[in-house]
Design a binder for this molecule. Structure first.
Ligand code: AMP
Ligand code: GLY
Length: 420
């Protein structure tokens, strides 16, 4: 079958490599893709948010199945549009994608179905929001309700910081995504990213990974899209995973189905593992970036077959199989990321960096003639595989050293706190 993958990041490059291994695959297309994805897919110069253009390309190229990488097209209803056009696709409908697109929607669902998460209030005016903060005190977490590319959340250490975050959101910094704010208690513990494949009724655990969201070593500096990850995540053991499935994932699926908006696709739970067990920080309705870059190289089953089973509502009960290897990804960002990443710098040495235990995936890269140049914030991902996280880490860092790019910035401490 012919498959179209939507997106252009490191996540999509990892997905493209996994899809390319499937015996079910005819031709793989990607839109818009990137120079790395081009090694395994035919790129179509399309905007994934332009539903009509995507549908036209599916018809022109005889595409049988569309796999959506990023959240924006899901939130704007690409799955509904493809469905109406009779084209099969992996991902949630617009109504089900609210689990990511509206934090208030998810908090209300959690409250209704007793899903463990931080206590919260939701407000549409700064006056009410400030009054809630004044009554609760700090530390406290302030979030824009809608999609804000990971930048709409402030973990405020002081009441004044919380007020400033509220004013920023209602001041329009996030556009329509900031029409409401969610204010919630700070959860204590260790964060982990957990992924479950869902077919509308059933869910099976996929895998877990640990992300490093802060820009600087030692988890300092601003939050980013993610600066590195490793998998598996030892913090979530088998018993913890069972609790996540029983207390968070299945009640969410049941609640969404009961509301007439069943969830199909991958449900990505950002969790805090604290003294009382796992609590939900937020849901995303797509694979994680860079988590995907550490999960998929370990997957032993057919990725395309798994995604198809979700989309067709016929997922089995067996969980996908993964190798016992550890994987660790370092994100190479451009200096100046996240505010003003430096673009245009030439990149060489990728062939020397890649090897039997190292995969280099592209994110914000572009071709300039025969050369490769930086063209985004997060630019490359270097993934090491090994018997232990320490070995995967050593291989990833040794490979990253071989990449020649003057503007590269990366954390030096990815995975250093992991056991194993
Ligand atoms: P979110 O976009 O909701 O995942 O939030 C981004 C990041 O902010 C999370 O990955 C956490 O590091 C942090 N965060 C969000 N909500 C909370 C919370 N209630 N308690 C502690 N940290 C939080
Ligand atoms: N790495 C976090 C995310 O994909 O949202």
């Amino acid at each position: 079958m012919n498959v179209l993958l939507l997106g252009s990041g490191g996540r999509e490059h990892a997905m493209a490599l996994a899809l390319a291994k499937s015996p079910l695959l005819g031709t793989l297309f990607a839109a818009p893709g990137n120079p790395g994805i081009a090694s395994v897919a035919r790129l179509l110069p399309l905007d994934p948010d332009d539903h009509a253009a995507v549908i036209a390309a599916c018809r022109a190229e005889k595409i049988d199945f569309v796999v959506v990488g990023p959240e924006a097209p899901l939130a704007s209803g690409i799955i509904d549009a493809l469905d109406a056009a009779g084209i099969k696709a992996f991902g949630p409908t617009k109504a089900a994608a609210r689990l990511e697109a509206s934090k208030g929607f998810t908090k209300a669902l959690c409250a209704k179905h007793n899903i463990p998460t931080a206590a919260y209030g939701m407000f549409t005016t700064a006056v009410e929001a400030r009054a809630y903060v004044a009554a609760r005190g700090a530390p406290i977490v302030v979030k824009a309700d809608g999609l804000a590319a990971g930048k709409g959340v402030t973990v405020a250490a002081t009441v004044d910081e919380a007020y400033a975050a509220i004013d920023k959101i209602f001041g329009g910094a996030f556009g329509a995504a900031g029409a409401s704010v969610v204010i919630e208690a700070v959860l204590e513990g260790e964060e982990v990213s957990f992924f479950a494949l869902c077919d509308g009724r059933r869910a099976v655990p996929f895998a877990s990974a640990q992300d490093h969201k802060r820009l600087g070593d030692g988890d300092t500096g601003p939050n980013t899209g993610g600066m590195g990850a490793y998998s598996p995540a030892p913090i979530l053991d088998a018993a913890g995973e069972e609790r996540v499935m029983a207390e968070i994932i299945q009640p969410t699926l049941d609640g969404m189905a009961a509301a007439g908006t069943p969830f199909k696709g991958v449900l990505f739970a950002g969790l805090m593992i604290g003294p009382d067990g796992p609590q939900l920080i937020e849901f995303n309705t797509r694979f994680g970036d860079p988590e995907t870059q550490v999960m998929l190289p370990r997957l032993q089953d057919d990725f395309l077959a798994l995604l198809l089973a979700c989309a067709e509502g016929r997922m089995g009960t067996d969980r996908p199989r993964f190798s016992d290897e550890a994987a660790l990804t370092i994100v190479l960002a451009a200096k100046g990321y996240p505010d003003a990443p430096r673009k245009g710098g030439l990149i060489t040495g990728l062939e020397a960096a890649a090897g039997a235990h190292v995969i280099v995936t592209h994110a914000g890269t572009t071709r300039v003639g025969a050369d490769l140049a930086a063209n985004g914030g997060r630019v490359l991902n270097v993934t090491g595989l090994g018997a232990t996280i320490a070995q995967a880490r050593d291989r990833a860092y040794a490979a990253a050293e071989k990449i020649i790019w003057d503007d590269a910035y990366y954390r030096r401490d990815i995975g250093t706190r992991a056991k194993g």
